[in-house]
Ligand binder design. Structure first.
Ligand SMILES: [Zn+2]
Ligand SMILES: [Zn+2]
Ligand SMILES: [Zn+2]
Length: 323
């Protein structure tokens, strides 16, 4: 009696080394295991979905099959793309700032992909994607073992880690488990910032409030009382600056008594009707312009980051409803 093997072969190689899935396989052709190169049997019946079966083997494991299939599949996909035989695979990531999902294609200048390539750092990458002799991207396949921290830090080239099982199943959509691809360029963030800058410039003109280029982080809202668009500001709270603020503040930041708070504080007032735009609303209500915003430090980099955050907050769907 033949002992049934528990080795699963989702994709087999044909005699040209091309990966074939069971639904595209042809009865009578020869197919091989990507893990150990043993011939596999193609089964196609009337009821069951077609599948490949693997003989019992000491030289093969499910882990090896997934790992080698994923590597080979990536090389095949990138090669097809380089030869203009297929679209680029998509690198699918969420923007770290706005959380929107972005799909990036590989660069059009990519020329090849190779398995098991030694890098200048001494590490061996599962797959490298190259532009001529230059390595543009290394891909690590995770089956059971993730890339360790030392390798992640010292690998020396942009890289991403992909799940072997997901590559075998969805080849063209690469969802990194980990990535070091350099700066994330997000069109959505860029659009939000441009829109925010446009709007606050227009509101500054309409309200005759000078737009501060530093220190005061600017957003906008509709005045709760007169329903006009106005600017509101947030700023770093450092004691020694507090004394200086009087000299540099926009005219709509004033010390005002707040009934809700029960005391006076330096806050934003409406340039049309002088109503205080309470800090509680600005910072704590989900549709407030500073909701979940923590003003950073008094330096240019922090100012830029904060303006980006405010643009993203201003562009949230439930904020847009007031426009
Ligand atoms: Zn095998
Ligand atoms: Zn973004
Ligand atoms: Zn008002």
């Amino acid at each position: 009696m033949r002992i049934k093997s528990d080795l699963k072969v989702p994709l087999a190689k044909d005699s040209n080394g091309i990966f074939i899935c069971p639904k595209d396989a042809v009865k009578g052709d020869q197919y091989f295991c990507p893990g150990c190169n043993d011939e596999v049997i193609f089964n196609k019946g009337k009821i069951k979905q077609p599948y490949f079966s693997h003989k019992v083997s000491d030289n093969c494991s499910n882990e090896t099959i997934i790992h080698k299939t994923a590597k080979g599949k990536i090389v095949q996909i990138v090669t097809d793309y380089c030869n203009n035989n297929a679209d680029s695979p998509l690198i699918v990531r969420a923007c770290p700032d706005c959380s929107k999902i972005t799909e990036e294609t590989l660069s059009t200048t990519i020329t090849s992909a190779e398995e098991e390539k030694k890098l200048n750092s001494g590490y061996i990458a599962d797959v490298v994607i190259k532009e001529h002799d230059d390595i543009e991207l290394a891909v690590e396949i995770k089956v059971t073992h993730a890339v360790d921290k030392t390798k992640e830090t010292n690998i020396g080239v942009p890289f991403l880690e992909l799940s072997g099982a997901s590559i075998v199943e969805f080849g063209m959509r690469w969802i990194p488990l980990l990535d070091r691809l350099g700066k994330f360029e997000c069109q959505h963030c860029e659009d939000s910032i441009n829109k925010h800058m446009d709007l606050i410039t227009q509101i500054a003109d309409a309200t005759d409030v000078t737009l501060p280029g530093a220190f005061f982080r600017t957003s906008y809202l509709v005045c709760w009382k007169c329903r006009k668009y106005i600017l509101v500001f947030s700023w770093p709270h450092e004691l020694y600056i507090d004394k200086e603020i009087e000299k540099i503040k926009p005219r709509t930041i004033q010390t005002t008594y707040s009934k809700a708070a029960g005391h006076k504080y330096k806050g934003n007032i409406c340039p049309f009707c002088d109503s205080l735009q309470g800090d509680f609303y600005l910072y704590n209500e989900p549709d407030g312009p500073f909701f979940e915003f923590n003003c950073g430090d008094n330096n240019p980099e922090s100012f830029q980051e904060d303006m980006k955050s405010l643009a993203i907050i201003a562009d949230r769907p439930y904020r847009r409803m007031i426009i």
